[in-house]
Design a protein around this ligand. Structure first.
Ligand code: GLN
Length: 200
């Protein structure tokens, strides 16, 4: 059974822990750097990326996560995706820089702060995770404005990438843990199992 850490400083980490259990992984809540040791991979949940950054720095976890991500897979959702990016705007803030994506925070604006949509994922998603529309819950979501050459796009919304992978890492600007469809968490688990074989 895969042991997957869930960063539990702030945000909706409990829903991720449940989703990981449902796909057959063993979640461990991570609040301190030492708790990363047992984890083969990590989920960084949604929440408030500025608050999370501050807590990461207070706990000495920022550098620990960066080092973790150089060897093991991380899946960031929403605020977690913001933390994984190389570039963050609106406003500019520091990030782990583990995925070659540029994100603009709160980019859908006030009117569509939160919405639930059904996406038609890219063929790659269907091939690796299974057919069918994918529900996506957006909550004050960022938009991925740029993806580097090694980034794989699994799904888009209104033309912008919303589910991407780069090397061993994965990011979603929506909240798959809040839907009942477990294909996204299963995909992350499969990518862990495949090691870095599918990178690029
Ligand atoms: N708007 C939040 C941020 O910028 C992200 C929202 C979320 O994670 N649901 O950090």
């Amino acid at each position: 059974m895969r042991i997957v850490g869930v960063l539990a400083l702030q945000g909706d980490f409990e829903a991720h822990a449940r989703a990981l259990e449902q796909v057959g992984a063993r979640p461990v809540l991570v609040r301190k750097a030492a708790e990363l040791d047992a984890a083969e991979a990590l989920v960084i949940p949604g929440g408030e990326s500025t608050t999370m950054l501050r807590l990461l720095e207070d706990e000495g976890l920022f550098e620990a996560l960066r080092a973790f991500g150089r060897e093991r897979p991380i899946f960031g959702t929403c605020a977690g995706a913001i933390l994984l990016a190389t570039e963050v705007t609106n406003p500019t803030q520091s990030s782990l820089g583990l995925m070659d994506i540029a994100v603009e925070r709160n980019a859908y604006g006030r009117q569509i702060e939160s919405r639930i949509v059904r996406l038609a994922p890219e063929p790659e998603f269907a091939r690796e995770a299974g057919d069918g529309a994918l529900e996506a819950v957006f909550i004050r979501a960022p938009i991925i404005r740029r993806t580097g050459p090694g980034v794989r796009v699994y799904a888009r919304y209104l033309g912008d990438p919303v589910l991407v992978a780069h090397g061993r890492h994965m990011a979603a600007t929506f909240h798959p843990e809040l839907s009942s469809d477990r294909r996204v968490h299963r995909l992350f688990l499969e990518r862990i199992e495949a090691g870095n074989a599918r990178a690029g």
